[in-house]
Design a protein around this ligand. Sequence first.
Ligand code: DGT
Ligand code: CA
Ligand code: CA
Ligand code: ZN
Length: 584
Amino acid sequence: MQNNEIAAIFDKVAILLRISEDNEFHARAYENAARIVRGSGESFTQMVEGEIDLAEKYRGIGKGISDHIKEIVQTGKLKKLEKLSQKVPLTLIEITKIRGVGPKTVNRIWKKADITTVDQLETAAKNGGLRTIGGIGKKTEQNILEGIQKYRNWKNRLLLSDADAIAEDLTEFLKRNAKIQQFEMVGSYRRRKDTVGDLDVLVTATSAPEVMKYFTTWNRIEKVDSAGKTKASAVLKNNFRVDLRIIEPKNFGAALLYFTGSKAHNIHLRSLALVENFTLSEYGVFKKPTGISSSEARKEENWIAGRDEAEIYTLLDMDWIPPELREDRGEITASKNHALPKLISFDQIQGDLQMHTSYTDGNNTIEEMIQQAIELGYAYIAITDHSKSMAMTGGMDERKLDKQIQKIDSLNEIYKNITVLKGMEVDIKKDGTLDLSNSVLDKLDVVLASIHTHLTLPISEQTQRVIKAIDGTPVNILSHPTNRIINERNPSEIEFEKIFEVAQKNQVAIECNAQPHRLDLNAINLKRSKEYKVKIAINTDAHTRGQLRYMKYGINQARRGWIESQDVINSWDIAKLKQFLRKK
Ligand code: DGT
Ligand code: CA
Ligand code: CA
Ligand code: ZN
């Protein structure tokens, strides 16, 4: 059982509890458990099998949750969930995924209108059947219908982090078959897109029929839709689709290129090839004498390359293009000019500048975060708990912050190989002022500012709000600038050009938030930030020690935004970073 699967069971319990009762703490305990298990880099199955005391090892996991985890690992299910689902229909969980329909609303439409499925909800919203429920009018009906539409479009797209878990499992499975020579996951997965619609897998094999048969026995498969000689398509138990193709070794590079996409990149590349009298397909590069159509040209005697990707790009007089860039956003021209960016990579990262601890809503102590950071090989981290207006997180006022500062000073005496920066994620209030005064913030090494409320202000007002917060203030980093949550919350509307300009002038970095469901600074805005010479901070915003590993998702996103080491303040050494943080 993978950590993700255990976490998914806890998520279900939490949602059912939120629908059926009004006990914040009860549901939170399960959400917390999901967060810890999902974020952890260690296998809970192995720990249970090794009889490790989970309650002792993990702050935030008590005896009850620890027993639950054992039960899940040992039996594959959880009685608590089964019992709950007899009371509250499991199908209601799906309804809570619709944007704008929270557990409280679900409770009412279930109790008052006997609605338990998305289809029923849609019918009711169309027929005015929700009007009988207090508080639902025409506007809400409209929102629900739009939400359902969006939900259906997104339903089977997975977060990259969830696709990673599936891909790892598939990798293990494919490695166990001796008839498989080479394989690679391609498509949006290889381009490291924030969500993945389906997983495309390429394989070379010594016996295609045997490998085809083997693939269909993978235990995650719910239904095999088709399995031909060289192509199989299957739907997994979580509704995610996997397409597998068996490729001749001779074509592997061409297939890799074709099926990695994006489609726009492929189309542009093919048009370039034509100019050079080549034709490009998933089978290779072929000579195309003028006067002959592409399909006529694609035959054995015209084949010139296809074994690996690099040789195809070289043939077109281009540098190999990292998959993250293949979106037809200028990478083809840059490659032709031998001017591709040297993309940031994890080994260049020296520290993490946003994380929360048990001082506010994090699960771990400062010491535990430090230890994890040391394991990751970091030279520095910043502790950045919330400020006081975030009351539900236990946000800090000046007194609590002073205590934390003292604590960090004493820890810096103990841990000599890592620098712990004193920081805070200060809340930007509705009027653009900061939650704590400049004199308080001046005590800190690094100040992050972010918006957590009033996310839907008109674009000009929102932009002015953010500008006010970073212009001539102690702020060093604007964090999660749009607040979008994938598949749940639209980004706030802000005018990035204006904000980039003010940020650059004030020596303020913009955060590329690495939480896999956030990644709210998208690739296009990241790329635009470079035009304004704005610096970027790639931060995990970790709320558990395990979540510090989410750095890789921030890196993926930054790479998709053409970001290089020189742009990223937390890839710099501590001296250079401190100079930046001191401002001009
Ligand atoms: P996804 O699965 O929606 O996250 O996105 P992709 O990019 O993985 O798209 P998918 O799975 O439909 O197809 C995989 C790749 O195959 C795609 O990135 C490019 C290539 N491809 C698919 N259809 C076409 C096509 O009609 N023309 C070209 N040139 N390439 C295609
Ligand atoms: Ca795909
Ligand atoms: Ca596909
Ligand atoms: Zn935050």
